[in-house]
Design a protein around this ligand. Structure first.
Ligand SMILES: N[C@@H](CCC(=O)N[C@@H](CS)C(=O)NCC(=O)O)C(=O)O
Length: 197
């Protein structure tokens, strides 16, 4: 059984939601950040960055929320949370999983008002990152169109975390509607209930 290391009100929500979408039994290990458990030697052996989430599957361990979501989708193909390997729909699926890092960076740039030459920044112009995302979620229901996938778990969790919970950047109507659609999913609600304790 997979073991998910997580903590409430953190980026580990995406991995928690993903496990609930997968619908397979898994174990949860709460990492107590109030006592800095994420920096304990035992935990650093799992994630040397000392951050949540992390995942253990047998003897294999990994971290990084988007990577965990991609792994879980491939590990449980019957849950249909990723287009299968070789399917051309993988193009956009992988694109959005990796684009999540641009969103994260753009959010931090806007929040800190950090000046960066957009040609040198890997994520480019922060506002353009949001324009591109806006166009992608506008039509819906999901980022790949009709099919929900792990890419939605990753992208929507990022938006929800930064915009709804921590209000780091202003929202947009398309983001609000997208977050609403995602948060209406039973798996999202189960994860939210778990996170709320
Ligand atoms: N790039 C990581 C980021 C994870 C992350 O930033 N986790 C934060 C909580 S939101 C954390 O564990 N912080 C604790 C610390 O840095 O001590 C991912 O996507 O998994």
């Amino acid at each position: 059984m997979m073991k998910l290391y997580w903590a409430p009100r953190t980026r580990s929500f995406s991995a928690l939601w993903m496990m609930e979408e997968a619908g397979q039994p898994y174990e949860r290990a709460l990492v107590d950040m109030s006592v800095n458990a994420q920096k304990s030697p035992d935990y650093l052996a799992i994630n040397p960055m000392g951050k949540v989430p992390a995942l253990k599957d047998g003897n294999a361990t990994m971290a990084e929320a988007a990577a965990i979501c991609a792994y879980v989708a491939d590990r449980y193909p019957e849950a249909k949370l990723a287009p299968p390997i070789g399917d051309p729909r993988r193009t956009k699926f992988l694109y959005w999983l990796f684009f999540a890092a641009n969103i994260e960076a753009a959010i931090m740039q806007l929040y800190t008002k950090m000046q960066v030459p957009s040609m040198m920044a890997g994520w480019g112009e922060a506002t353009q990152v949001f324009d591109v995302l806006d166009a992608a979620v506008e039509k819906g229901p999901w980022i790949l169109g009709e099919e929900f996938s792990a890419a939605d778990v990753v992208i929507c969790s990022g938006l929800n975390f930064a915009i709804k919970i921590f209000k780091m950047v202003p929202t947009r109507p398309s983001f609000d509607r997208y977050i609403e659609r995602c948060s209406a999913r039973p798996a999202f609600q189960r994860a939210a209930a778990i996170a709320a304790g």
